[in-house]
Design a protein around this ligand. Structure first.
Ligand code: XUL
Ligand code: CO
Length: 431
């Protein structure tokens, strides 16, 4: 135990009417919804990078948080892990996710970084023995260090490609050792700043080869978790190759990796790509590549990736509706890829940001489950296509046959209402 969170007790479910600030109002872990406990549906996860490693800087200002574990030594990395596990205990033992750089100091060279990673992974592994907290996913930070400024897998320099490949090997090993349920690749700098210096085909081929090696290595070591790619359209590069669900699906098909790789879909990234979160989830589900989610929200005025904690029940409900409709998470879960605002300095802010977000998600999921169970929305959707159920005879062989059919029967189809507002009213009864 560290003393960072002072006397904050583990958060209990107290119901919606409680006056207590440090309480769950909706997240009743063991409540059964559609035959499964809420905890099993939601599979909450804390992001190590935002909650423990981010110093509160922005493009105009430097560090605002003063955390006792900030610094570059292994001792401080262990203190950071102690604090992380204290937060997990307070929140009711959620999963966690990490990049190598979040949990260990960068060494002076590859070997030292590797040794640091091994040491901290052993340390975290020991802490997991006594806790119920599990690892949702691990990943490699292939975007912060200047060596990656022109990309990792897509870098024009083959030695950077090699360095990234060796780093990913270490991070998959670390994830495997901690029994991670997934391994994520977010192509932080796999894109370009200008086409003037970019060979797009070559870079795409490099990315395909890289991902192929990841899949091959997973099988070689018997890692049973899911490999997930996380789409994002831009930021940090002007154009990122893994733009959105549709682009990543095309990429996986192209390199024969569909069936091996699924997606980690982030709310804010979906919005940046000009989609809604539920659009990205519905598309991934329909393509059989829905894996896991990064739950957060962006500020709708600012137009960049502000990574705030979610707070809109109706938005979250529509997202979980698509997830439940697809059968729910298997290895995936709800990772809060969300950070405090830089003025939220207190340990209490960190705890309550998560508590509020967990409540929002619990409300959203329960609304989605009720909507799905009551079935009116699905019935309305099915009814809209019902013409196709009874018209076997209408499946003609080609355009000429359709021509024959229309002309000889004097067909004049009549438009029907899409009933959008009625369906919106229906959804609003649940959220
Ligand atoms: C960046 C982002 C990452 C990934 C993991 O926008 O979402 O934190 O989730 O690398
Ligand atoms: Co993310």
């Amino acid at each position: 135990m560290s003393d960072f969170f002072r006397d904050i007790e583990p958060i209990k479910y107290r119901g919606p009417d409680t006056k207590e600030e440090f309480a769950f109002r909706y997240y009743d872990q063991s409540k059964l919804v559609m035959g499964k406990r809420l905890a099993e549906h939601l599979r909450f996860s804390v992001a190590w990078w935002h909650s423990f490693a981010w110093p509160g800087n922005d493009p105009f200002g430097s560090q605002t948080f003063e955390r006792p574990w900030f610094g570059d030594s292994m001792e401080l990395a262990k203190l950071k892990a102690d604090v992380a596990f204290d937060l997990f205990a307070i929140l009711g033992q959620p999963y966690f996710c990490f990049h190598d750089l979040d949990i260990r100091p960068e060494g002076r060279n590859f070997n030292e970084s590797h040794r640091n990673l091994e040491e901290i992974v052993d340390y975290i592994g020991q802490k997991m023995v006594g806790a119920k907290t599990k690892l949702l996913w691990g990943t490699a930070n292939l975007f912060t260090h200047r060596r990656y400024m022109a990309g990792a897998a897509t870098n024009p320099d083959p030695e950077v490609f090699a360095y990234a490949a060796a780093t990913v090997k270490n991070c998959i090993d670390a994830t495997h050792q901690l029994r991670g349920e997934n391994y994520v690749l977010w192509g932080g700098r796999e894109g370009y700043e200008t086409l003037l210096n970019t060979d797009l085909k070559r870079e795409r081929d490099q990315a395909g080869r890289f991902l192929g090696m990841v899949v091959e290595y997973k099988h070689k070591i018997g890692f049973e978790g899911t490999i997930l790619v996380e789409p994002k359209p831009q930021e940090p590069t002007k154009h990122q190759y893994d733009y959105d669900v549709a682009s990543v699906y095309g990429f996986l098909k192209d390199f024969d990796l569909d069936g091996e790789v699924k997606l980690n879909i982030e709310q804010g990234h979906a919005i940046l790509a000009g989609h809604s979160f539920e659009h990205e989830l519905a598309l991934a589900a329909s393509l059989g590549i829905l894996g896991s989610i990064d739950m957060n929200r962006n500020d709708y005025q600012s137009g960049w990736d502000t990574d705030q904690f979610p707070n809109s029940v109706s938005e979250v409900a529509l997202a979980y509706y698509e997830i439940l409709k697809a059968g729910g998470f298997t290895t995936g879960g709800t990772n809060f890829d969300a950070k405090l605002r830089r003025q939220s300095l207190d340990p209490e802010d960190l705890v309550l940001a998560h508590v509020g977000a967990m409540d929002v998600c619990a409300r959203g999921l329960q609304a989605a489950a009720a909507l799905l169970e009551d079935a009116d929305l699905e019935e309305a959707r099915m009814e809209r296509y019902s013409g196709w159920d009874h018209t076997e005879s209408l499946f003609k062989d080609g355009l000429e046959e359709y021509f024959q059919y229309i002309t000889s029967n004097d067909i004049d189809p009549q438009p029907r209402s899409g009933r959008q507002e009625r369906l919106e009213n229906l959804v609003n009864r649940y959220v």
